[in-house]
Design a protein around this ligand. Structure first.
Ligand SMILES: [Ca+2]
Ligand SMILES: [Ca+2]
Length: 416
């Protein structure tokens, strides 16, 4: 039995007030039951008493909660019991399995109910007053509570009260926008994982603290130039997953001069593909910086005939804050043939489709800038300041690239 209500009107108080009634009866289904003298009922409306004495008289009292009305007749008073089966929950009613739901009985009258029978809709049941049930399978469940007093039984059913939604092991994925920018720049990361994900832990790859979110998207500002490898860990009820995107974010420092050099071996990203792969080497003497890159394996005469789609690619970040036309110079050598060559591009596309730079001498570093098919120097024009990427794709085995110079000076000639 549950605790009785707190606001009270004792039988004694009532009798003293009217001065005529000996007993208070609870009327339950036409069957008067004597309310014991210390019984308590919940009353939120003051007494509304009509003529309480003599002849035909009666009074009616509206009482919320367990007792619907109070009626006086003759020398007896009756409380009509409001029978109601009802319940609520303190838990989330929608979620993935296992979903634990705690049910709270709201049935009335509080102190008359002797038994509770819960049907959770999934085959489970309980006779507790406020049971907790764990749903383990997907579906919508109708919950029914049946309560019984010594006199009667009554029930409440709530259709589709609990819903267990599909749950699965997450497969981690994310995207970022933009993936290249002039520092400092802010990137919005968006979790695109599938499966059940509750929390996300972001590592932006730049040694800043990891960030834990429940939201799908998060922003991060990169303030130091570099190429960064962010990762995302997703945790769900069915497990966790991690994805790392290597060299995904390119944070570029602004160039402050119209002429500047890049060491070929200091590329930001390599996208390796079939046949030939760029490898950093130091075997050939007289290189600049820490080495050079060579299209390997070097087997004399291996051509890549479908350049962009099947060639290994090198990318360099360019912070082009000075607008205008840039000419590109390449310092390279042909390892085993004067015909060794390379494709050059900007922002993912060849500067001139299918054209390439060749005519490097065998075994000697030399500067070149002429596209074979067009006969023109490699150049491009920037109209608005911003971050760009410079690309080289393998075309012929053995080609070695040591240094790259970009210049806006039409009279510029590289030293050696
Ligand atoms: Ca070759
Ligand atoms: Ca170099």
């Amino acid at each position: 039995m549950r605790p009785e209500a707190t606001l009270s009107l004792s039988a004694t108080t009532f009798i003293n007030y009217f001065g005529t009634y000996d007993d208070i009866y609870v009327q339950e289904y036409e069957q008067p039951i004597l309310l014991p003298p210390d019984s308590q009922v919940t009353i939120t409306t003051p007494w509304i008493a009509a003529n309480a004495r003599g002849g035909d008289y009666g009074a009616r009292l509206h009482i919320t909660g367990e007792y619907e009305y109070f009626e006086i007749g003759g020398d007896q008073a009756f409380l009509q019991i409001n029978h109601s089966a009802n319940f609520t929950s303190t838990s989330s009613l929608t979620g993935t399995a296992p979903l634990a739901v705690t049910f709270i009985d709201l049935s009335t009258p509080l102190n008359q109910i002797e038994s509770w029978q819960w049907d959770f809709g999934d085959g489970g049941s309980s006779t507790e007053v406020n049971p907790t049930h764990v749903y383990t399978r997907e579906g919508s469940y109708t919950v029914t509570l049946t309560v019984a007093t010594s006199q009667t039984t009554y029930a409440e059913a709530k259709p589709n009260y609990v819903t267990v939604i599909p749950s699965s092991i997450p497969i981690a994925a994310f995207s970022a926008d933009p993936v290249i920018g002039l520092i400092p720049f802010t990137v919005t990361f968006t979790d695109t994982s599938t499966g059940t994900v509750i929390t996300r832990t972001w590592d932006f790859g730049d040694s800043t603290p990891t960030v834990v979110t429940t939201s799908v998207a998060v922003s991060h500002t990169y303030s130091v130039a570099g190429v960064y490898t962010p990762s995302l860990t997703v945790d769900g009820s069915q497990g966790s997953a991690v994805i790392t995107r290597s060299a995904y974010i390119l944070a570029v420092a602004p160039q402050i001069s119209g002429t500047f050099a890049l060491e070929a071996e200091d590329y930001a990203r390599q996208v390796a593909d079939a046949d030939l792969t760029w490898q950093t080497r130091t075997a050939h003497p007289d290189y600049s910086g820490n080495g050079y890159v060579q299209a390997r394996p070097d087997v004399d005469m291996l051509f890549v005939t479908a350049p962009i789609s099947t060639s290994s690619e090198l990318q360099y970040g360019l912070g082009l804050t000075i607008t205008g036309t840039y000419t590109i110079w390449l310092r390279g050598y042909a390892a085993n043939s004067a015909a060794d060559s390379v494709y050059v591009g900007l922002d993912g596309q060849p500067i001139i489709a299918s054209d390439y730079v060749s005519t490097f001498p065998p075994d000697t570093w030399a500067w070149g800038q002429t596209l074979v098919e067009s006969g023109q120097p490699i150049s491009f024009t920037i109209d608005t300041p911003g971050a760009h990427t410079l690309h080289f794709w393998t075309r012929e085995d053995g080609f070695s690239l040591d240094q790259i110079i970009l210049t806006q000076d039409g009279n510029f000639t590289p030293g050696d």
